[in-house]
Design a protein around this ligand. Structure first.
Ligand SMILES: [Zn+2]
Length: 63
């Protein structure tokens, strides 16, 4: 269940959380990630406003 954060300006993938345990801190919130990367998109250099791309998230209900 990957969680992908994209830049809202250039659509660059800023951070992708692919699986649990990848990152000791778990999935960062958008504000935490913004602080972590200094508030600027590494691709387009603009002030970033992260959006979560939910299209890659699949939710499966167990029976
Ligand atoms: Zn960008």
């Amino acid at each position: 269940m990957p969680i992908i954060y994209r830049c809202n300006k250039c659509n660059n993938v800023v951070y992708a959380f692919i699986r649990a345990g990848q990152d000791y801190y778990g999935v960062p919130s958008p504000s935490e990630l913004t602080v972590r990367i200094g508030g600027i998109c590494p691709n387009c250099g603009k002030n970033i406003e992260l959006k979560i791309d939910l299209s890659n998230i699949l939710i499966t209900l167990s029976k």
